[in-house]
Design a protein around this ligand. Structure first.
Ligand SMILES: [Zn+2]
Length: 449
């Protein structure tokens, strides 16, 4: 018998953008314990969530299939994942006897775990703060970890933190860690106007911000404080893993379903828009007994790569070859066998806006399938090298690049329609312009299925 299969502890945080983690170069020390995972493991600098938001992203993470195959293109999909598409916990159980628990919302896009435990995700208004989301999570995640260890089989623990998801209301001292003023001070310039003046999200956002807020730097600092709070609580889980004698035998995976837009592109404090803050997410793999330490991977990797990577990692290469996955293992990048998994890839969103895109290392095309509530141009083209903030739309100035990217994107889409035998999922929807997120209660309900 080969050595015991490694356990998998997967942190798949909701709404965590890579560039606000200190290990990804952020100027604030938001994630010291996660940084330590990166220092003791492998950090992927260009990992992307290509199909946003939550439902498509977690489906991609857990199936290794792309949006054309799993068809979960919207936050509120038309049905469950097709029964003939296996999920990671199902594959691990069938092929290698893994036990599995999922911590976070229950939902059909998490099909296949042995057990589900949920916690209070802190959908609070400002007067009811703080939200102790990660402590509530630990209260159920620590017993789940202990149960899996007692069981004796190799295990998968999949954890969904909600701390970086609005409302951002971390407890003291994290609520003032990065902000020391009064954000309602009438002497401050009023930078909150655009948030107040965007009706689809204004009621929700203003409910969890201080009354009379003027300074938009405050919710950004609260987002960062929520990261630091979550990071401290993750350290408690990692310490328990050590105490249980499991650290050496466990691969820790740290990633996020999608990122978060804070003040960019008018998409305030949410995760719509195919811009970098929402699609660029962290990916760290850490198991010092089996993986290099402090290694950086600069090639492009995608969420659909995770299942084939993890199956290969636990010794199930044969199962990978016998099945269909749309992603590719990232392990050849670690071994130096190839530099990148992709030179170009497809993007979708179909929840608040209905758009698709095509991203290369240098360019991003965003193509709208219907008008959107931000009144953005129907076609956007950005040069990511010269304009990493995606502020200068070159669609009219660079028609040749635009047409080339459009052609490549539609050739890929049409090839995938042929290969899957399924319709193009994004064409099955019409969103209209009157969408509203509503109150905190309706925002929470949107997450539940
Ligand atoms: Zn999400």
């Amino acid at each position: 018998m080969p050595e015991k299969s490694p356990n998998l502890l997967i942190f798949a945080v909701d709404s965590l953008r890579a560039d606000h983690c200190s290990c990804y170069g952020y100027h604030r020390l938001t994630t010291p314990h996660i940084d330590r995972l990166a220092a003791r493991g492998v950090r992927f600098q260009n990992h992307f969530s290509p199909y946003i938001p939550t439902t498509p992203a977690y489906t991609t993470i857990l199936t290794g299939r792309d949006v054309m195959a799993h068809e979960m293109v919207s936050l509120t999909p038309k049905g469950p994942i097709a029964p003939d598409i296996p999920t990671l916990p199902e594959l691990l159980r069938e092929e290698a006897g893994y036990a599995s628990i999922r911590v976070g919302f229950a939902g059909d896009f998490f099909r296949g775990f042995d057990k589900y435990v949920s916690y209070d995700e802190g959908w609070l208004a400002w007067p009811d703060r703080p939200a102790r989301k990660a402590e509530n999570l630990n209260q159920v995640a620590l017993p789940a970890l202990e149960e899996l260890v007692r069981n004796g089989s190799p295990w998968l623990l999949f954890i969904r933190h909600m701390d970086p998801h609005a409302p951002y209301l971390p407890p003291p001292p994290f609520d003032s860690l990065f902000y020391g003023k009064d954000p309602t001070d009438p002497n401050l310039p009023d930078t909150m106007g655009p948030v107040r003046n965007f009706p689809p999200f204004a009621d929700f956002h203003l409910s969890w911000m201080p009354e009379g807020i003027r300074d938009i730097a405050h919710p950004v600092a609260m987002y960062d404080g929520a990261l630091a709070y979550m990071d401290a609580c993750i350290a408690v889980l990692l310490n328990r893993l050590e105490e249980l004698g499991q650290a050496e035998d466990t691969l820790i995976v740290f990633t996020a379903d999608h990122g978060e837009t804070l003040t960019e592109h008018d998409c305030y404090f949410d995760h719509h828009g195919l811009y970098e803050p929402t699609i660029h997410v962290p990916l760290i793999l850490c198991q010092p007994s089996r993986l290099p330490q402090g290694k950086l991977i600069s090639g492009i990797t995608l969420h659909q790569d995770l299942v084939p990577s993890l199956l290969e990692y636990v010794g199930l290469e044969v199962a990978v070859k016998a099945r269909t996955f749309d992603g590719k293992s990232v392990l050849p990048l670690l071994r130096g066998e190839r530099a990148t998994n992709y030179s170009e890839f497809y993007l979708t969103e179909c929840t608040w806006m209905r758009k698709r895109g095509w991203r290369t290392a240098e360019w991003k095309l965003i193509d709208a399938l219907e008008p959107d509530f931000h009144q953005k141009p129907p076609v956007e083209l950005y040069n990511l090298v010269e304009d990493p903030g995606e502020n200068v739309n070159l669609a009219e100035r660079e028609p040749e690049v635009l047409n080339l990217l459009k052609r490549r994107m539609m050739a890929w889409v049409n090839r995938r329609i042929d290969e899957t035998g399924k319709p193009d999922p994004i064409l099955q929807y019409h969103l209209g312009l009157d969408k509203r997120i509503g109150s905190i209660a309706t925002a929470k309900r949107l997450q539940e299925r």
